[in-house]
Structure formats: C-alpha cells, structure tokens
Design a protein around this ligand. Structure first.
Ligand code: GAR
Length: 217
C-alpha cells in the first residue's frame, strides 16, 4: 500500500513538482493525494492542478496570530484526505508545538543549507557571508524549532568565490529536487528509524566519497 502524502506549499512549488514526478513511478512507496497552500497566489497550485493533483487553499492571513485556528482547518483537510505523511515544500508558516507533536515522525521539511548551519531566512546569503566552501540542502523531520530536527538526508555543493545568493541557490535547488523524493521514499517505505535527534537509514551503505573545495591547479 502506498502511503498517502500531502504537500504543503506557499510559493512556486518546485520541490512539490519533484515529489509529484517521483511519485508517478509505479513502485514508489508514496502517493501525493493533495497539495495544500496557505496562499491563494502560490504558483505551485497551478502546477499541481496541471499534474492532476487535488489542491486546497487555506489562507493563513485571516487567522493572524491564531495558529491553532489555522491548524484546525488544516487538520480537517488532512483528515478529509486520509493523509498519513506531510512534506513541507517552501511552506512559510510556523506551526504550534501541538501540531508538530501530532505529526512528529510523519512530517518532513527541506531547507537549502547544510543544517544546523544557516536556518531561517536568506540561507544562501548567510552561507556566503560565513565564507563556507561547501553548502547544500537538508531534508529533516519537523520539530517545533524552525529548520531543525532529525536529519534524513543531505546533499552538498561546492561554493565558488564569485557565487551570489542566486547562483548558489540555482545549484542547491537541483540537489533539493534529488534528495527530497529519495527521503520521502525512505520514510514511506519504513526505512527510517528515529533515535532521539538522530535518524538512521535501514540498509544504507557507508559511503566514503568526499567533496573538497576549493580545488587548485
Ligand atoms: C526551497 O529552496 C526550500 O528549500 C525553501 O524554500 C524553497 C521553496 O522553493 N525552504 C525553506 O527555506 C524552509 N525554511 P519551491 O517552492 O520551489 O520548492
């Protein structure tokens, strides 16, 4: 049985599109049953609809600081669709600790940095200002703290001296589209084991590949 997944978005939904695409594969362990946006103008909504995925808009703005009120409506939409797992794809709204607790171990997020470095806004600007030579993307389980939680998968890219936040973002997003479907596949097929703040992957190979930057002539 495929696990039933909701993707929550606020914007263009390129990670959403990567997840939808991956889930089309017959042997993929999850199916995307609904895309939910907290903004009616999210570009991803049209993309989802074009892929034949039902969409729901729950505008969060009218709820203001009433997070629990927004989440009650969200939870109803999740229940209506028998959702088992949630993937956040650029969902820019904080949850209450209660909602996060309810979905603990069943809700993933992706963030464009090698967490725990550079959580929050402008991760690529933060990375460049810190002068790191490697950056990347992280898929993690959601906990009440923003952009934190047990790490499922990371992918790294090298940072060039002349990178801008835009050029770095363009490289990192390719990694995001690669690791998010893979992380969801692992979760949906029961291969992730949470041990405190660590997430172990059953049947994973120890890899000895290295990425060194900069390389010099
Ligand atoms: C992605 O880069 C995602 O990692 C980031 O928002 C972007 C959404 O793009 N998420 C965060 O920064 C979470 N803190 P998308 O709508 O094209 O997937």
């Amino acid at each position: 049985m495929k696990r039933r997944v909701a993707i929550l978005i606020s914007g263009r939904g390129s990670n959403m599109a990567a997840l939808i695409e991956a889930a089309r594969t017959p042997d993929f362990s999850a199916e995307i049953v609904v895309v939910i946006s907290n903004r009616a103008d999210a570009g991803g909504l049209e993309r989802a609809a074009a892929s034949g995925i039902p969409t729901v808009v729950i505008e969060s703005k009218p709820f203001g600081k009433d997070r629990a009120g927004f989440e009650a409506v969200l939870q109803q939409a999740l229940d209506d669709n028998d959702v088992e797992l949630i993937c956040l794809g650029g969902f820019m709204r904080l949850f209450t600790a209660e909602f996060v607790q309810r979905w603990y171990g069943r809700m993933l997020n992706i963030h464009p940095s090698l967490l725990p470095s550079f959580p929050g806004l402008d991760p690529h600007g933060q990375a460049l200002r810190a002068g790191v030579k490697l950056s990347g993307a992280t898929v993690h389980f959601v906990i009440p703290e923003t952009d934190a939680g047990p790490i499922v998968m990371q992918g790294a890219v090298t940072v060039a001296d002349d990178d801008t936040p835009e050029t770095l973002a363009a490289r990192v997003i390719k990694i995001e589209h690669r690791i998010y479907p893979e992380a969801l596949r692992l979760l949906a097929s029961g291969r992730l084991k949470l041990e405190g703040n660590r997430c172990r992957t059953l049947g994973s190979d120890a890899s000895d590949s290295t990425l060194v930057a900069p390389t010099t002539a």
